[in-house]
Design a protein around this ligand. Structure first.
Ligand code: ADP
Ligand code: ZN
Length: 308
């Protein structure tokens, strides 16, 4: 039986049925009802409808369990979520609500970047590797750590949260209340805001990271600079992370990771400039091998392969 896998971000709610080979057998997504004034129950209703639809589209199988990746931070193993980028869900008892919705099924809720780490370790770029940092670069920036072949939870389930590692103490303010965090510089909405301040004018009124990345690939100078700024911040943070944790692979998922060379070239350049110890220089940095569903596949792995 497949697992019902859920990925909750500041931009979209995604759900899938994932089989034990890590294949997505049904998938759908809806925008996160994240506008000011939307409350916790609005979000829950959107998720509830999405889950009904994904299961119905697949012909109504009874899932083997429910695995969830949610924007952090959160509490583990209780599964109450407090996503920095989803104000309406601060303190929301997500695991409890899902247990009421799916009586008798195992329900595991972890942070979305931890799911990317677990998914990439299970079926992606971190297969056969014992020391993996999985990252999400999306509405926020997060990370999850596999060390010595085991998922590291930390005291509260948030170990590996690289989004709030400081890359520039004099940098821009961050949603966490700090300054110069990786997330403040590299999150999708931050990238777009910076590009607009520098005079970037997207062709489409909604101008998002998707258009910004396309403009950067076309060589538009402000878009190139915006991606370069984010890529550098990521490279600096990853250099620090691998000095701390002696990693083998970093796999980066999330919407912004699809930007391609305009992001990854400066990222690798900055990494090379800052990762000076021999042991750190061997690190492989790649886009998530499982692509955009990496977090969903990892959420399913919380049920299929909970030891990871
Ligand atoms: P969530 O944060 O809800 O998990 P995503 O992973 O899709 O959602 O991340 C959303 C952010 O990523 C937005 O800021 C969006 O502009 C940006 N983004 C999405 N797709 C791309 C892309 N192809 N290239 C660059 N940025 C992207
Ligand atoms: Zn921060």
């Amino acid at each position: 039986r497949p697992v019902l896998a859920i990925d909750i971000g500041g931009t979209k709610l995604a759900a899938a049925l994932v089989d034990d080979a890590g294949r997505v057998v049904a998938y759908d997504r809806v925008p996160t009802p994240n506008a000011p004034g939307r409350d916790a129950e609005d979000l829950w209703r959107a998720l509830d409808g999405l889950l009904d639809k994904v299961v119905a589209d697949a012909g109504g199988p009874e899932p083997a369990g429910v695995g969830v990746g949610c924007g952090g931070p959160m509490t583990w193993p209780e599964g109450a979520v407090s996503p920095l980028n989803i104000p309406a869900w601060r303190g929301f008892p997500l695991r409890e609500r899902l247990r009421e919705r799916h009586p008798g099924l195992p329900v595991r809720v972890h942070n979305d970047a931890i799911c990317v780490a677990v998914g990439e370790h299970w079926r992606g770029a971190g297969r056969e590797r014992a020391n993996v940092l999985g990252m999400v670069v999306s509405t926020g920036v997060g990370g999850g750590l596999i060390l010595g072949g085991r998922l590291v939870d930390g005291a509260s389930g948030n170990a590996g949260h690289i989004g709030h590692v400081i890359v520039d103490p004099d940098g821009p303010p961050c949603g966490c209340g700090g300054r110069g965090c990786l997330e403040a510089i590299a999150r999708g909405p931050g990238l777009v805001a910076w590009a607009r301040e520098q005079g970037w004018r997207p062709g489409e009124p909604g101008g998002t990271g998707v258009e910004l990345a396309a403009d950067a690939r076309d060589g538009e100078p402000v878009a190139v600079a915006a991606m370069r700024r984010a890529g550098r911040a990521l490279g600096i943070a990853i250099a620090s992370a691998t000095h701390l944790c002696d990693l083998e692979v970093v796999a980066i998922g999330g919407g912004v990771s699809q930007a391609g060379p305009p992001l990854f070239d400066p990222l690798r350049e900055a990494f090379d400039a800052h990762a000076r110890m021999d042991f750190a220089r061997r690190l492989e940095i790649v886009p998530a091998a499982l692509g955009q569903p990496a977090g969903l596949i990892g959420a399913a792995a919380l049920i299929f392969a909970p030891g990871r």
